[in-house]
Every structure is written in C-alpha cells, then in structure tokens.
Design a binder for this molecule. Structure first.
Ligand code: ADP
Ligand code: MG
Length: 167
C-alpha cells in the first residue's frame, strides 16, 4: 500500500499521468472513492498521458467510453450500479482482453465481480476539520501479480506525493 497526498486537481492529474507511464495492455485500475473525490479528474490526467487529446468526461450516464491513444483506454463508471449482474453485463473480460487499459470508477462493494489483478486507487477527502478542500489522500494498492511486479516502479512514480518519503 502506497499513501500519497495531492493538493489540487492538477496535482491529481499529474500523479495519474505518472502512473499512466507504467500502464500496459490488459491492465485494470479501479478508482475508488466518494462522489467528488477525484476519480474522473484522475482519469483525465491518466488519459492525457496516454496521448488522448479528447476530453475525458464522467461516463456516468453512458457507463463505458473508449478513447484512442498510445494505448486504447476503456473508461467505465459503475458508481451507481448496485447489481453485480449489471457489472457483469459490461463485458469486462472482453474489455480486458482487448489490448487496452481499463479504468473503472467505483463507489461500492461490487468488487467480487472484478478480477483480482488490478491497481486499486482510493481517493479520499482529508480527515480532520477543517480540512483544505483541495487536498486528497491517494492510496495505491497493487492487487495480484500484474501490479505487484511493478510496486517498486509505482513508488518511484508517485515519490513526490508520498505522505512520508522513504529515508
Ligand atoms: P469523482 O469522479 O470522484 O466523482 P471528479 O473528479 O468528477 O470526482 O470531481 C472532483 C472535484 O474535486 C473536481 O471538481 C475537482 O476540481 C475537485 N478537486 C479539488 N481538489 C482535488 C484534488 N486534489 N484531486 C482531484 N480533484 C480535486
Ligand atoms: Mg466521476
């Protein structure tokens, strides 16, 4: 688990852009967090680092959108889905097999419908009152072999945002 902190939307985009440099075809990233935490903001920074010039918007009402860059990017938002069957209907296995990267915005506990091989990115508002409105805690958890193999690179990629930099 890697804990970082961002101080503005741009900061979150820059962090996401650094992570996008590590992305490989077939990767899955789960963006976890409440509404307004910064999941779509993260997706925007991630996409632009993949060379996607199209504006990435929240796919809340379309559920899934596809963007073409250095890698194909599938951007999904299942925040409002509460049925596992609805998540299964998204055809995730096919998306993951499509040589693209899958980013899923996420808000709930439908985790069991997803492969256990992903990078979980949890965005949370700062604890404590009063908290600066533009600060977010970003916790990265590599789950399964694909991302665990890159955990050193992950730490390096987010080094400047680490809560407690390594000695
Ligand atoms: P979500 O997709 O999680 O619902 P959005 O990315 O759509 O969230 O919205 C996040 C909102 O919070 C945006 O208005 C963004 O400008 C703002 N914001 C403020 N500080 C940050 C930060 N550090 N990281 C990301 N977004 C931030
Ligand atoms: Mg969103």
């Amino acid at each position: 688990m890697i804990q970082a902190r961002t101080r503005s939307p741009e900061d979150t985009k820059n962090l996401a852009a650094n992570l996008a440099e590590l992305a490989q075809p077939g990767d899955l990233l789960l963006l976890v967090g409440d509404l307004g935490a910064g999941k779509t903001t993260f997706a925007q920074g991630f996409a632009s680092a993949l060379g996607i010039s199209e504006q990435v918007t929240s796919p809340t009402f379309t559920l899934a959108r596809e963007y073409h860059g250095r890698l194909l990017l599938h951007h999904l938002d299942v925040f409002r889905l509460d049925q596992i069957s609805e998540v299964l209907d998204l055809g995730l296995p096919e998306l993951l097999d499509s040589e693209g990267v899958v980013l899923i915005e996420w808000g709930d506990a439908i985790r069991q419908a997803l492969p256990n091989d992903c990078l979980e990115v949890a965005l949370t508002f700062m604890e404590g009152q009063p908290s600066p409105p533009d600060e977010r805690v970003v916790v990265l958890t590599p789950v399964g072999p694909r991302w665990q193999a890159r955990s050193h690179e992950l730490t390096t990629a987010v080094e400047k945002w680490l809560e407690s930099p390594p000695c």
